[in-house]
Design a protein around this ligand. Structure first.
Ligand code: PLP
Length: 468
């Protein structure tokens, strides 16, 4: 299936429902993606997936950012095959192997030397949320403190501790007894500035406010064990933090002796235009969370941190599935390929192409409020121009339009996911190997989908729209 071309993407024909129907009756009500991306995948290659009926789709979800080299990249498959052929154990707990040793070597070599020099690594259970959980325990143990700082709009996973640090209320309201002592701070969301200021004034007010509460003996917040931060909020709606703000946060946490945990589970390995998103601002975190792309599409997660935080006693953090050799072999291959082929630079180049197409489409419609990057992590925030604009001229969010555009894209062979408040942001997370030609075709589909969605919602029968 290597020879697909964008021309083969057509309006999907027949769609077999039997798998989806069985999935619906057997799987948990908590299932997420199949509700909006109702396909049964038979094969996948690069940016393409093909369903059981032979319909071809561009996959701009790419395993929620995991598949940085796309599906079944030859170097990933080759690395997995070589590991299998070498007769390595597939599972080793946290015992070491030459592959594990090489993975750590390569990973540390990819980090800024001043971080790598004093770094320790903990392999976690296989998911991103496991890395978040480990980081919470790490900083609490090291500082002896109990409270944590996080940001409005943040996403750190769905396990109890990680969910406690996550902004989205929908997932939290039904769960009693989440981790206490979590305090949420204002993130510099330029388009909908929480201070209604925007620009430099907006993010400087945020950092000023954060510093003031962290130095106020009556702020109500006991000295925190750590602060967790996404440099670009992904699930929160693709919101990049300005470099100056990130540097200020680093200064403040440093001066207040608060370990800074940078969550690069989604941004890691080149997606934002640097190998690690924290490199844009030049800061060095105390703790770095990595998962998704680092396992080359297989489950793997790690916490890399300054050794001064390593106050764990032997066995203080454990877990059975920390030794996935195939994931480490695939991860080495992905990291090397990403560096050798300068995929971070490519993310900038192709991300610029994508956002400039999207801005062109934005100029012809009133429903695309904001188009934002960076790199190949791109979001389009949908707004309702019939609503009341706020003081800065932003119209209300339009989740229905986002949902309708997503559905129209699906109908035309383009898989995109939603994020942000009320799922009103359409997210583009293509693999970093996407070509310029594919970006052009994706944007053509997107443009047609926006037109179709606008036409549908203009003749509004809300009951019919999106089948809701
Ligand atoms: N942190 C960030 C920034 C993420 O984007 C995600 C997942 O999307 C997670 C943590 C949780 O990772 P997982 O879903 O593998 O538990």
């Amino acid at each position: 299936m290597n020879n697909f071309s964008p021309q083969e993407i057509t309006l999907p024909g027949k769609v077999s429902n039997q798998y989806l129907e069985r999935q619906q009756t057997r799987e948990s009500n908590a299932r997420t993606y199949p509700r909006r991306i109702p396909i049964t995948i038979r094969e996948a290659n690069g940016i393409y997936v093909k369903d059981v009926d032979g319909n071809l789709y561009f996959d701009c979800l790419a395993g929620a950012g995991t598949l940085s080299l796309g599906h079944n990249h030859p170097i990933v498959i080759e690395a997995i095959r070589a590991a299998l052929d070498s007769n390595l154990p597939l599972h080793t707990l946290d015992l070491t192997t030459p592959i594990k040793d090489e993975f750590v070597e390569e990973l540390f070599a990819s980090l800024p030397p001043e971080f790598a020099r004093n770094a320790r690594i903990q392999f976690c259970g296989p998911t991103g949320a496991d890395a978040t959980e480990a980081a919470i325990k790490l900083v609490k143990t090291a500082t002896g403190r109990r409270s944590m700082l996080s940001f409005h709009g943040s996403y750190h996973g769905m396990t109890n501790g990680a969910l406690s640090l996550t902004g989205n209320l929908d997932a939290k309201v039904a769960v009693a007894g989440l981790m206490p002592d979590v305090h949420f701070l204002p993130y510099p969301y330029e388009y909908r500035c929480p201070f209604n200021l925007g620009g430099e004034m907006g993010h400087r007010t945020s950092s000023y406010y954060i510093e003031s509460i962290l130095t106020d003996p009556e702020s109500g917040i006991v000295p925190p064990a750590g602060m967790i931060l996404e440099i670009v909020q992904g699930e929160g709606g693709v919101i990049p933090a300005p470099d100056e703000w990130v540097r200020e946060i680093r200064r403040i946490t440093y001066e207040q002796n608060i370990p800074l945990i940078v969550d690069e589970i989604q941004t890691g390995f080149g997606r934002t235009g640097k190998l690690y998103a924290f490199e844009h601002s030049g800061i060095i975190p105390d703790v770095l969370l990595l998962s998704k792309a680092i396992g080359g599409s297989l489950p793997l997660s790690v916490v890399v941190y300054d050794q001064k935080l390593d106050q764990w006693k032997p066995g203080a953090h454990a877990g059975t599935f920390r030794g996935n050799q195939l994931a480490m072999a695939a991860g080495i291959a992905v990291l090397r390929y990403t560096l050798e082929h300068r995929l971070a630079d490519r993310a900038v180049e192709l991300g610029d192409r994508l956002t400039s197409h999207l801005r062109q489409i934005q100029s012809q419609t009133s429903c695309m409020g904001d188009v934002r990057g960076p790199g190949l992590m791109v979001g389009v925030e949908l707004v309702n121009p019939q609503g009341k604009a706020n003081a800065r001229g932003c119209y209300p969010r339009h989740p229905l339009m986002a949902r309708q555009i997503q559905a129209e894209c699906m109908r035309r062979g383009l898989i995109l996911e939603l994020g942000g408040r009320d799922s009103s942001v359409i997210r583009f997370l293509p693999p970093l190997i996407v070509t310029a030609e594919q970006i052009d075709s994706i944007c053509e589909i997107f443009q047609a989908a926006v037109k179709a969605a606008e036409a549908k919602l203009a003749g509004l029968d809300l009951g019919e729209v999106c089948g809701c």
